[in-house]
Ligand binder design. Structure first.
Ligand SMILES: NC(=O)c1ccc[n+]([C@@H]2O[C@H](COP(=O)([O-])OP(=O)(O)OC[C@H]3O[C@@H](n4cnc5c(N)ncnc54)[C@H](OP(=O)(O)O)[C@@H]3O)[C@@H](O)[C@H]2O)c1
Length: 323
């Protein structure tokens, strides 16, 4: 009998790859979205999750829910961010769980984030760490995770905590970096020894599939990375190589960037709105985000096969220049 998947967030960055992979594996794919859109799914249902109730028939005959819909990729966080994230990431999860329970759905794979652990610059890399202070995004993801695992709504709940996901048509951090390097705005920084965990979209999709099918994944929370930490300097050099450009023979002293970022902080305070470059942006750019993705490899035999360096040419080619 054909398995039926319900995929929320099917139209986003990760969703289409997951839908395509599920179809290759023989699943019937039903997608939830806010606007009608063609894509690699068999049927679609329009719901603004978190704001509209989930019609129960959406979950009829579903074997596994893959819940990806949510608010991500936001670089700036204004006032009201907590409520926005709560609705998009937490309420949507509660509503889908309730509907899943009502329809007797077996599996629920929740796409959370490493940000539900913390910044990844210290002991926060360990999944058990209880962070005192998470971002509004991280808090909403953590609350949704707790609901998935503790509600008892489905017999096979799994939480995935992907690190930054790369692949063609990237959004957020990687898209900004590629655009800045291509436009010549990104300065040649020295290697500052920071380390960032990342994972290719295809590997993440394989991890999700594995979690659905393997009974050992039941009730587990897995960080997903490609196993190789990258420094900002390495990523910068991958981008340059993909653009066919040489690495400059000089580097910008990081102290200068700090001064510019402090200037951005002051400007933001003066006008009551964050400046485009400030300490938070600098921190995101050159800080660490290092996480241990070993558990899913040890327990489920997950073996990521993609590497950022080898994938960058395809990613850069997919990113449009700034016009
Ligand atoms: N990409 C990463 O690096 C990364 C890393 C860690 C975790 N994650 C998590 O993985 C998931 C998927 O990420 P992504 O990069 O694919 O995100 P994305 O590109 O921003 O896509 C989000 C998807 O969710 C949909 N959506 C948002 N709010 C919705 C709502 N209220 N009702 C119905 N659909 C809604 C969006 O539809 P619209 O087209 O209508 O906006 C879009 O299809 C997210 O939960 C994210 O937090 C991503």
């Amino acid at each position: 009998m054909t398995n039926v998947a319900l995929v929320s967030g099917a139209s986003g960055f990760i969703g289409p790859s997951l839908c395509r992979r599920l179809k290759v594996a023989g699943w019937h794919v039903r997608a939830i979205m806010r606007r009608p859109m063609p894509g690699p799914w068999d049927a679609s249902v329009l719901v603004d999750l978190g704001r509209e109730p989930v019609p129960l028939k959406t979950l009829a005959d579903v074997d596994c829910v893959f819940h990806l819909a949510g608010k991500a990729h936001a670089l700036a966080q204004g006032s009201g961010a907590d409520e926005e994230y709560r609705l998009a990431n937490c309420q949507s999860t509660l509503d889908l769980l309730a509907a899943s329970r009502a329809q007797g759905v077996r599996g629920f794979v929740y796409f959370s984030s490493v940000k539900a652990i913390g910044k990844g610059d210290g002991p926060g890399s360990n999944p058990g760490f209880e962070p005192a202070c998470l971002s509004p995004y991280g808090r909403s993801k953590r609350a949704a995770e707790d609901a998935v695992l503790a509600s008892g709504a489905v017999p096979h709940p799994v939480v995935l905590r992907p690190s930054l996901v790369y692949g063609p048509n990237p959004k957020g951090y990687l898209e900004l970096l590629i655009r800045a390097v291509r436009a010549g705005w990104f300065p040649p920084l020295p290697d500052l020894g920071n380390a960032r965990s990342m994972v290719h979209r295809d590997d993440l999709v394989e991890a999700a599939l594995r979690c659905t099918l393997d009974p050992r994944a039941r009730g587990q929370t897995y960080v997903v990375t490609d196993g190789t930490p990258y420094s900002t300097r390495q990523i910068y050099e991958f981008i340059l190589a993909s653009l066919g450009r040489r690495v400059p023979g000089w580097t910008l002293p990081p102290g200068l960037l700090r001064v510019a970022a402090l200037g951005g902080d002051a400007l933001g305070r003066m006008r009551g709105r964050r400046f485009v470059f400030d300490s938070a942006v600098l921190d995101k750019l050159i800080g660490s985000a290092l996480y241990d993705g070993g558990q899913i490899c040890r327990e489920l035999g997950f073996a990521p096969y993609r590497h950022l360096g080898e994938s960058m040419a395809e990613i850069v080619a997919s990113t449009r220049p700034v016009v």
